[in-house]
Design a protein around this ligand. Structure first.
Ligand SMILES: Nc1ncnc2c1ncn2[C@@H]1O[C@H](COP(=O)(O)OP(=O)(O)OP(=O)(O)O)[C@@H](O)[C@H]1O
Ligand SMILES: [Mg+2]
Length: 292
């Protein structure tokens, strides 16, 4: 009896063990399949994260592009408007320039011929007409130079000589000192256009200093570039305006056209060069490659 029950017992245990092993095997299989599912979900999750990142990046890019597009549309609109204004101004400037030159030359002639026969009052009036017409001719030339961007006519030039001929053409107020560079450099450039660059920058400096102070011009040379700087003692350009000064028609002067610096920038770009400006002291720096 004892042995039988032992066998039965052992039979029962065996069965239990077998059942447990079976269950264990099933559980293991379930565990493995769940692990596989987890891995596959994790992979999907990872790729979902990547897709999410890509979507965010695309959204950012799209927002940027929409911004750029609207910026370019505004620029295009401005450019179209400017080109229409430009054409019209060029025509008006061109048509006005000749009669104005006749007025200017005639007044000069009258002053020269009849200076002994006219009273000082009338002479002063003639001088005012002369000055006003000179200013108008200068402004019209500004408009024409800006609108007609003619191709460069380059050859090798002494920058010192170009500077001298520019200074020669400007009426320099008595209380303005121009410190010219001690050295000279040679530059392959369009003489007339670089002269216009000097004239515009020096005129701006004279106006910025209210006609008294020192303007310093310096020349530098490296193996590849020529650099020149024009420095003045004026109060400089307010920070919020510094990005605007090269925009056409931007001026803070009651008698300004706002075409001087855009024309200067255009000329420097035609020479493959760059122009920068810094404050305290105000320095305009121009760099032009030696053979552009
Ligand atoms: N040296 C300078 N110091 C301070 N501000 C300057 C200087 N040069 C230029 N600016 C600022 O930049 C603006 C634009 O200059 P820009 O030469 O283009 O036009 P403008 O001198 O006003 O008119 P114009 O067409 O007669 O030259 C000026 O009105 C002035 O506010
Ligand atoms: Mg100017």
């Amino acid at each position: 009896m004892g042995a039988k029950s032992g066998i039965l017992e052992s039979y029962g245990v065996d069965n239990t063990i077998k059942n447990l092993q079976k269950e264990n095997k099933i559980l293991l299989q379930k565990l493995q399949s769940q692990n596989r599912m987890i891995i596959s979900y994790e992979r999907k999750l990872a790729s979902f994260d990547t897709v999410k990142e890509q979507r965010d990046w695309l959204l950012d890019e799209m927002t940027k592009k929409v911004g750029e597009l609207s910026h370019f549309q505004t620029e295009l609109f401005k450019a179209e408007r400017l080109s229409a204004i430009g054409e019209m101004s060029a025509r008006i400037a061109h048509d006005m320039r000749n009669p104005l030159s006749i007025i200017k030359n005639s007044i000069e002639l009258v002053k020269l011929k009849y200076s002994e026969h006219i009273s000082s009052d009338v002479y002063t009036l003639f001088t005012s007409i002369d000055n006003a017409s000179s200013r108008l001719v200068f402004q019209l030339d500004d408009v024409l130079n800006f609108v007609r961007s003619s191709p460069l006519d380059c050859s090798q030039h002494s920058l010192g000589k170009i500077l001298d001929s520019s200074i020669h053409e400007i009426v320099i107020p008595d209380q303005i000192i121009i410190n010219k560079p001690n050295n000279d450099v040679q530059l392959f450039c369009d003489e007339e256009k670089i002269k216009a660059v000097f004239t515009n920058l020096i005129m701006n400096s004279i106006q910025a200093m209210d006609s008294h102070g020192t303007i310093t011009v310096q020349f530098f040379e490296s193996s590849d570039d020529v650099k020149f700087t024009i420095q003045d003692e004026g109060s400089g350009i307010p920070k919020n305006l510094i990005d605007k000064i090269f925009e056409p028609l931007f001026t803070t002067k009651s008698r300004g056209t706002g075409l001087g610096l855009p024309a200067v920038k255009m000329i420097i770009q035609q020479h493959q060069g760059t122009i920068t400006v810094s404050n305290s002291p105000t320095i305009f720096s121009i760099t032009i490659p030696k053979r552009s």
